[in-house]
Design a protein around this ligand. Sequence first.
Ligand SMILES: NC(=O)c1ccc[n+]([C@@H]2O[C@H](COP(=O)([O-])OP(=O)(O)OC[C@H]3O[C@@H](n4cnc5c(N)ncnc54)[C@H](O)[C@@H]3O)[C@@H](O)[C@H]2O)c1
Length: 313
Amino acid sequence: MGRIVVTGGSGKVGGTVIAVLLEAGHTILNLDLMPMTHPAVHTLKTDLTDSGQVFNALSGQWSLTEPFPEGLPPRPDAVIHLAGYARNMQVPDNETFRANTQGTYNIIDAACKLGVRKVIIASSITVYGISFAQGVVDYPSFPIDEDQDVNPTDAYAIAKLCNERIARGFATRYGTDIYSLRIGRVIGPDEYNQDIFYSYVHEPSQWKVHGWSYTDVRDLGGMCEAALRTNGLGFQVFNATNDTMTNLMHTEEFLREHYPQTPITRGMDKFEAPLSNAKIKRLLGFQEKHPWRKYFTLWDKKPVVRGENGDVS
Ligand SMILES: NC(=O)c1ccc[n+]([C@@H]2O[C@H](COP(=O)([O-])OP(=O)(O)OC[C@H]3O[C@@H](n4cnc5c(N)ncnc54)[C@H](O)[C@@H]3O)[C@@H](O)[C@H]2O)c1
């Protein structure tokens, strides 16, 4: 149990991650531009791209009380950094890059210099370069693990990769544990029976962009908890994805049929997700609680409703 600063706690991922952390007994301070209404969590409106605000927030009070407690406020035990633009095309590319790298630099810089010993940052499977590629790009091999070379070409994923380098540099210089979670497409409990998951299951050829893998938002909370529990690993990158592939075929059979040119470098479990989470299970002891088959009910085929761009996500 500790004092955890979460950034971006008012967003899609943050609300559930905070709920999981509260359940585990942690005290939370949320830094975000937007409010979050939870009786046990104070949100300090903080622009992470402003270093002064970030240093101040990380060394300030944990909640509003009258009067404030005597003495210096306690230092955070850990920071979980989720804030930022969560995809391309919310703002122009240069702003995606500026805000996401500057915000991450500022929080890691302040955490390390103020003596916080653990920082967990939200990276993305988009660093593998397929999701927001221009045109069709293939994975070099399967399974896709953290050792694979990464050369993303879009602003969002390049920023995520830069953030991993920032994290590595600071972890080395300050001896801080900084774990980067390469998160897959996040699926909330209500999305298993919507078009996105229906299409994963019934139109698997469309979903190379998500690596036929996903991240249950509650399991992501569990991954953050696992990352808080395990110390002493320095800088690490983890695929933060669930165990099984998002369609019904056996994994190797599916990959061989669709990508006969792409090597499979080890034997894969029957339904193993192509984005391998073996490392986060091995080093952090993460155990999935929310396999998609537990919630999915749309086994029969029907037409998929698509947006203007053919998008269902
Ligand atoms: N949602 C996904 O499928 C997905 C997949 C991979 C990685 N991620 C990563 O996970 C993290 C959380 O994603 P999400 O889906 O919850 O996004 P979201 O957009 O729902 O939430 C992001 C939060 O960050 C806050 N924020 C943005 N800029 C800020 C700033 N300068 N200062 C303070 N707060 C700021 C926003 O107000 C928002 O509450 C992001 O880093 C995202 O890149 C998400």
